[in-house]
Design a binder for this molecule. Structure first.
Ligand SMILES: Nc1ncnc2c1ncn2[C@@H]1O[C@H](COP(=O)(O)OP(=O)(O)O)[C@@H](O)[C@H]1O
Ligand SMILES: [Mg+2]
Length: 484
């Protein structure tokens, strides 16, 4: 089945949500068939392809995407929306569909995982299925349904019990999402979704991790959605004080701070930690300054803040050192889920765009904290933008009050999150000591310097991103930079 010759993959890639190169000229020089699975009843064949994409613009470069297809003798009405195309193969016409959308194809992945239960590993058709011992048994009868809201990967639910994330852009090596979830699961960490297993393949002597399966959090609400809901409630009646409005997020923010601190503490236990010297602090400071100088060329509106930012980064260069550990790497409210049993942190893949090996390096946990603080700040901004574009113009006075309430909400949520984070962090690290009631829960001067710089650095990054993608939103990070 020569898919390159048929050219159908180029057409398919640009129709998907997860293909990152849609806006760039590209071609597909190679497609590798790495696995074949067949249903016992012969109903469907599943074929996993790795598709190489080469970019034809000056930036160039190439990427590899995983495209699992379900192959049928006859067209399948029920999954017509996931059709990839039809090709002739050995004299027969094959009708191809994105396997993630096909229940019968996904059942083959589930079967592999079930087969791996007894001995932790099962190899079939070119795929290796792995199970994490001691976790829930999986049922081959569960029915799959793809999750909507797909972004850079595709997720499939098995009944309402397990969720499988199919990685789309793949590279050889340990995927941090699997690596971290596996350790946190073994450690019995509370604030994550348990990892049940994963799927990988050997390609040219290297392991390529293709999918992971976790506990499905049935009662989960996305943290960002929950937070925007809270702000909308607040803004519906801006005369009300936050505390009395039902739109208060302080308690949730504090519980989330505790959850993040606990996850960080477990990561410190299970992965290497390091104390880096003054040169590491100086080099971090330089990287932040470089990013600022580059950003100033893209976003001239940053100019009034530049001196203050340089001073904030210069303070980092004076720090005696940096404590580093394994971190989340891409933490924001959209990577958190609020369940009936408290907060869960998901998606430990780290900063997209960086190689796996780099993402696995220890980093400062304050970078994660800064990501969360910036995320709280975005919530009122996003709600205001949505209201500004959807409602009739409102009276100035009420509008102003709304903006003010939004700022109060963000400040309060940030404060509660940070207080709870610091309190839990100190508590976790002092576990062996005698409890001391007057233990300081405020940040040390060095921690504050570092956090402040990470927040600024993130806001500068956002300013560049917004300028390029949503120019009307640049005011959100700029507003924050005014407060540095
Ligand atoms: N264990 C889970 N249970 C329920 N929903 C989940 C779970 N993990 C992820 N999700 C949902 O899927 C979305 C995307 O998951 P995520 O791991 O962040 O994938 P991506 O790499 O595509 O961003 C989350 O925002 C959440 O809504
Ligand atoms: Mg995510």
């Amino acid at each position: 089945m020569n898919l390159v010759e048929h050219g159908i993959l180029e057409d398919y890639l640009v129709r998907t949500r997860w293909f990152g190169g849609k806006s760039r000229p590209f071609h597909v020089p190679a497609v590798r068939r790495i696995a074949d699975l067949s249903a016992a009843d012969g109903r469907v064949q599943a074929i996993v392809f790795l598709v190489t994409v080469e970019y034809d613009d000056p930036e160039g470069g190439s990427e590899t995407y995983q495209v699992p297809l379900a192959s049928y003798d006859e067209p399948q009405e029920a999954i017509a929306h996931a059709a990839v195309g039809s090709v002739e193969d050995e004299g027969r016409v094959r009708h191809l569909y994105d396997a993630v959308h096909d229940r019968y194809a996904m059942a083959l992945w589930l079967e592999g995982l079930v087969a791996a239960e007894a001995s932790e590993t099962d190899e079939r058709g070119g795929l290796r299925f792995r199970r994490v011992p001691g976790t829930e048994p999986l049922d081959p009868e569960w029915r799959s349904s793809p999750l909507s809201g797909e972004q850079s990967n595709s997720s499939v639910r098995f009944d309402d019990t397990a969720i499988m994330k199919v990685f789309r852009k793949v590279t050889p090596g340990l995927n941090p999402d699997i690596e971290i979830h596996r350790e946190l699961t073994r450690a019995g960490a509370e604030h994550i979704a348990v990892l049940y297993g994963w799927v990988e393949a050997d390609v040219d002597g290297e392991v390529v991790q293709l999918a992971m399966v976790q506990e499905f959090l049935r009662t989960a609400t996305d943290g960002f959605d929950l937070a925007t809901g809270s702000v909308r409630t607040l803004m519906a009646d801006p005369e009300q004080s936050i505390e009395g409005s039902g739109g208060d997020f302080a308690g949730e923010a504090a519980r989330l701070g505790t959850a993040v601190a606990e996850v960080h503490a477990t990561l410190r236990e299970r992965f290497p930690v390091d104390r880096r010297g003054p040169r590491a602090a100086a080099s971090l400071s330089r990287a932040m300054v470089d990013r600022l100088e580059h950003a100033l060329g893209v976003v001239p509106e940053l100019a009034p803040y530049a001196d203050r930012l340089r001073a904030a980064y210069a303070a980092v260069a004076q720090l005696p050192g940096l404590d580093v550990q394994r971190v989340h790497g891409d933490l924001h409210l959209g990577q958190t889920l609020r369940t009936a049993h408290g907060w869960r942190i998901v998606d430990f893949e780290g900063e997209p765009g960086r190689p796996f090996a780099e993402r696995a390096l220890p980093d400062s946990p304050w970078r994660d904290v800064a990501g969360m603080l910036r995320s709280f700040d975005y919530v009122p901004g996003v709600v205001e933008m949505a209201q500004a574009s959807s409602t009739e113009p409102v009276e100035d006075a009420e509008d102003e009050l709304r903006v003010q309430r939004g700022r109060e909400w963000a400040e309060r949520s940030r404060g509660r999150f940070l207080d709870a984070y610091v309190a839990a962090m100190r508590g976790a690290d002092d576990e062996d000591d005698d409890p001391v009631d007057d233990r300081p829960v405020h940040l040390t001067e060095g921690e504050r310097t570092l956090l402040n710089a990470y927040v600024a650095d993130k806001a500068v990054y956002e300013a560049v991103y917004e300028k390029r993608n949503r120019p009307g939103w640049v005011s959100i990070p700029l507003q924050a930079l005014g407060e540095i």
